[in-house]
Ligand binder design. Structure first.
Ligand SMILES: [Ca+2]
Length: 69
């Protein structure tokens, strides 16, 4: 069993590294942030608007994920 893990881990890590390319992080990060922003804006309460939206904006800036929509 150990042997299988030792063989599989480098392959799995290669796949993960490909999935976590800068392009994919920006693409799926933007989708995730869009989803959060939409949910927050469309909810009835405005408390999340003034707390969550600035956090998402800060994360977008920090991670260089612009809001393209
Ligand atoms: Ca809201």
């Amino acid at each position: 069993m150990d042997m299988i893990f030792k063989l599989a881990i480098p392959i799995i890590m290669q796949i993960i590294e490909k999935l976590l390319s800068p392009e994919n992080i920006i693409k799926y990060g933007d989708r995730l942030f869009d989803f959060i922003e939409d949910a927050v804006v469309s909810s009835e309460t405005t408390i999340d608007d003034i707390t969550v939206l600035p956090l998402v904006k800060a994360l977008r800036n920090a991670l260089s994920i612009p809001d393209n929509d």
